[in-house]
Every structure is written in C-alpha cells, then in structure tokens.
Design a protein around this ligand. Structure first.
Ligand code: CTP
Length: 407
C-alpha cells in the first residue's frame, strides 16, 4: 500500500485495519516523504507490524533491490491517497521515490490508484490527461474520487473514494475469477417485497436480502455489469456505497416494473427476491381498531414476475430462480424450475435455523434445466454465491454451442 502526502493519508489507517479483518495476509506500507508529514511511519508500523518503506535508496530486501522485491512479493498494489503529483509521475513512467520505483516494477498484477485532491486540481485537463493515460493500461484500476467536503473547505469532486468502494475495487481486481462474467449484463433482485395494507402496515416476509446482495457483489467481482434491485426490507450496511447501481423498490408491482425496464438488455437474471404471492387493496387512511374483534384482509394474487419474464426470454438470456422451501425441498424446486421455464433454480431449506433467512450462511442445491443437481455445502453466503456462479457459468459455456436454449 503506497501512501502519498495528502490529508486523506489518515484514511489509510482505517483501510489497513479493514483489509486485515477481511483476511489480507500482509499489508506492506510504502510512504512518500511528504506522506510522513501527514501520518507517522510509526502509526503504519504499529498497524501492520511491517517495515515501512520510505526511500528508494534503502538496502536490499531478500537479496534484491528493495523496489523489485516489493513488486515481486505483493499480489496487488494500492496507492491511496494518490496526489496530483503522483498521478503525473506514474503517467509519465517516472521512478524517483519508493512508490514510483515500485509501481513501475509492478507489472502484470493489479495496480489500484485512489486519488484525492482539490476539485480544480482533479478536473484540470492535465490531471485528466494523466488519468486517461493510466486507465489505458490493462493492469491499472482507477478508483475515482467522490464528491464531498474537501480539506480546502470547498465541496466537490476530489474526495477520496469511500472505504467500501476501495474494498470492492480491490476485491474485484484480485478475484481469481475476475473475468468469468466480463461483458455480461446481469440483473439481481434481493429482499422481501412490502405490500402496503394501509399507510402504516405492510405485508412482508423474513428475507434479509443477504443472499441476493452476495450474488450481486460476487458477480461484480467476476467482471459483470451488475444492476441490483433491492426491496425496502433490505437493511444491509453500506448498500448505497456499492460500485454498481442499486435500485430501491417496495411493492412486487414496483419490482416487476423495474425489471421490465431492464430485462431486454440483460444477459443473466438472478431472481433472489422473495416476492409476495399476495397483495392487499391498501386503505388510504390508517385502519382503526374500531372496537370490532376480528378483522379480515382480502388477499389478491400478485403476478408471477419470474414466470412472465422467462416466457419471453431470448436464446442468449439465462434466468435463475430461487426456491426457499420448508418441506419437499427438491420436488418443489424441480416443479418451479419446470413451471417457470428457468435455466436453473437455487433451492434452500428454510426449516433449518442455521442457514437461510437472516443468517450469514447458507446451504443450497442448484437444480439445472438439463437435469443435473449440485449441492453446495453450508458456507458463508458470498462463498455459496461464488461456487454457484462458477458452476452456472461452466454449464452455460459448455452448452452454448448446443441447440438447447437452456443450461
Ligand atoms: N417469484 C416471482 N413472482 C412471484 C413469486 C415468486 O417472480 N409473485 C419468483 C421468486 O423471486 C423466486 C421464484 O419465483 O425466484 C420462486 O419463488 P416462490 O415464492 O418459491 O415460488 P411461487 O411460484 O410463489 O411458489 P409457492 O409460493 O407456491 O411456493
């Protein structure tokens, strides 16, 4: 991790902690001379327990010049914050400090650059030209700054990207299957719909949306162009800081409408949302207790969104449904796979308390239209998503040349 001299340097400390929490084996800090004026090498050493590299003139590491050894050791190189000066140096291939010498020796592996600077410096055509040069290189990912309050007191573009954005970018750049869904447009739905009863009450279900969001995150890391549609029941932290568009809906009719607008240009649809099968003709005013005992609600069926979309699917499109069942898991899932003409369905047993709704883990069986079944044993939801996606992509590619439009 390379840190340059800007006020956003202090945010490197939090990121280091988060990288460690997420399992980074080592975070090796490199600092420019001016970075040491903003945060101290001792801070970074205390956080990482690593030598903090400060000069390109230091002695060899493991029998190699320091910048060569560092470039060889790391799986990814993140420069955060990157100053205007650093962007200019990198874009021109300069090698005059420990960051630039290491960066120029760091080829064939992901180099991520997260700039932070004053808006006018960021928007200056010279800076933008340097950015263009940098992003034209295959191994470089630029993590664009966001809009926010800047150290100079102005508000505008140039604010260091959020920690969540940087983590997603790093995860994507280092993902072993980062090209698996490249060029694919993918729609994912997540969460339980809300069907209003009156302005206060809703009819909903226990879906937390965690499985669907895990699919969206993994698909993004696998190179897909993701759009996530989530319902009001999804309260996951930092959902608004995802690096892909997140659309919020409430009722199943709104979900259907949002899908309608996107479906034509979609290659894969993952319908993880728990859609209400019934809706209520909502009262305009809050329903009062009115002194009577029982109160009856008339439930009207909703549209089967997935079934309707699948009936219009084009040959290149792949449609994956989800079945959360409390009994006869595989028979019920198989029935839905056929009835809704899906390419695959992902079934999980909600009678188990250790997996499924609300839980961070899941165990699923993937049923494919071509007849095979694969069970993914109990694992954290992102891991389940990763394994399911690898399987689906493999099957899809294998059958692409065959006449059947299904997996
Ligand atoms: N689904 C949908 N529209 C609905 C109900 C469900 O698109 N009105 C989708 C879900 O998002 C899921 C799949 O269909 O991907 C299976 O959902 P499920 O509720 O299990 O299926 P139903 O057809 O509603 O069957 P049942 O309620 O009888 O189990």
């Amino acid at each position: 991790m390379g840190i340059c001299g800007g006020i956003a340097a202090y945010r490197a400390c939090d990121l280091i902690r988060e990288l460690q929490r997420k399992g980074a084996k080592r975070v090796i800090p490199l600092m420019t001379e001016s970075a040491t004026r903003f945060i101290s090498p001792l801070t970074l050493h205390s956080l990482t327990r690593e030598e903090v590299h400060l000069s390109e003139m230091a002695l060899d590491v493991d029998g190699l010049p320091q910048h060569i050894a560092l470039a060889q050791q790391a799986d990814a190189f993140l420069i955060m914050p990157a100053t205007t000066n650093m962007l200019a140096k990198l874009a021109h291939g300069m090698a005059d400090n420990i960051l630039t010498t290491t960066a120029i020796a760091f080829t064939g592996k992901p180099l991520l650059i997260a700039p932070a600077m004053n808006t006018r410096m960021w928007l200056n055509p010279l800076t933008q030209k340097n950015v263009e040069t940098l992003i034209s290189l295959e191994n470089i990912t630029l993590i664009p700054p966001s809009s926010g309050l800047l150290a100079c007191g102005e508000t505008g573009e140039g604010h260091l990207a959020s920690m969540e954005t940087v983590l997603h970018a790093l995860y994507r750049a280092t993902h072993p299957e980062r090209h698996l869904f490249s060029g694919k447009r993918v729609l994912v739905t997540a969460g339980g719909t809300w069907e209003p009863i009156d302005p206060v009450r809703v009819l909903t279900n226990r879906s937390s949306g965690k499985m669907g969001v895990a699919f969206a995150d993994e698909l993004y890391a696998m190179g897909a162009e993701v759009t996530l549609i989530v319902t009001s029941s999804v309260h996951l932290p930092l959902l608004n800081q995802r690096p892909y568009p997140v659309i919020r809906v409430e009722r199943s009719a709104e979900l259907a409408e949002a899908l309608e607008g996107q479906f034509e240009r979609t290659d894969w649809l993952f319908m993880a949302a728990a859609v209400s099968d019934f809706q209520v003709k909502a009262a305009e005013q809050k329903i009062k207790r009115r002194g009577q005992g029982a109160f009856e609600l008339r439930l009207l069926p909703t549209d089967d969104i997935l079934g309707r979309l699948a009936s219009r699917k084009k040959t290149h499109q792949r449609i994956v449904g989800f079945a959360a069942e409390s009994e006869n898991l595989l028979d019920n899932a198989q029935d839905k796979l056929r009835r809704k003409s899906l390419d695959a369905i992902i079934a999980n047993d909600i009678s188990r308390t250790d997996i499924g709704f609300q839980s961070d883990e899941n165990e699923v069986t993937v049923l494919l239209a071509e007849g095979s079944q694969v069970t993914i044993p109990r694992s954290p939801k992102p891991e389940v998503a990763r394994r399911v996606l690898k399987l689906l992509e493999q099957k899809s590619t294998a059958l692409e040349s065959e006449p059947s439009p299904t997996l």
